[in-house]
Write a protein that binds this ligand. Structure first.
Ligand code: AR6
Length: 181
């Protein structure tokens, strides 16, 4: 599913983000940038040790912030590491932290002249954020960002399962509908 915001495209696809040929893929990291399971583990395994070497030099990244490293052997040019919130029921600032993670990742891409960015569904694995709620924050934040900044030409969400893709498609459909009303 695709939609156009200003001059930029949002795409929803199912796949493995480590195969993406874009300017930057985003990693759902932890605040110690230590690597782990899920998409973080997959990116470090596929990209090689150079990524971790840069993460060690950077040292850490608070929730909602983003940092950038080489993409090592991956097809993408750079990896942007961001840290989403751990889900604690929704009233501990989780939506704000998740929105910051998307916004700061896009801002960092822009600062580095990177025009195409692929995101996984941040926080919806190990961190337990409910997928429907996360999709609403993710897509709403990206749409708002693209309305204000034309430098990013493509934002692709790479969802790991059909169920996740479906959840994002449903929310994007609703958000576009609301925009047109
Ligand atoms: N490509 C795209 N999406 C993927 C891939 C992949 N190769 N692998 C998993 N996903 P998670 P979080 C999906 O747990 O919830 C790590 O240990 C997965 O199905 O990767 O933000 C970090 O070090 C899910 O929908 O990230 C942190 O400690 C989504 O990516 C912690 O997990 C995010 O799941 C971060 O947890």
């Amino acid at each position: 599913m695709n939609t156009v915001i200003n001059e930029s495209t949002i795409e929803l696809v199912r796949g493995d983000i480590t195969n993406e040929r874009v300017d930057a893929i985003v990693n759902a990291a932890n605040s110690g940038l230590r690597g782990g399971g899920g998409v973080d583990g997959a990116i470090h395994r596929a990209g090689g040790g150079e990524i971790m070497a840069e993460c060690r030099k950077i040292g850490g990244c608070p929730p909602g912030q983003a940092v950038i490293t080489t993409a090592g052997g991956l097809a993408a040019s750079k990896v942007i590491h961001t840290v989403g919130p751990v889900w604690r029921g929704g009233s501990s600032g989780e939506p704000e932290t998740l929105a910051n993670a998307y916004r700061n990742s896009l801002a960092l891409a822009m600062e580095n002249g990177l025009a195409s960015v692929a995101f996984p569904s941040i926080s919806t694995g190990v961190y337990g954020y409910p997928i429907d709620k996360a999709a609403r924050v993710a897509l709403g934040t990206v749409i708002d960002f693209l309305k204000e900044h034309t430098e990013i030409s493509l934002v692709r969400f790479v969802l790991f399962s059909d169920a996740d893709l479906h959840a994002y498609e449903t929310v994007l459909g609703e958000l576009i509908q609301t925009e047109q009303e």
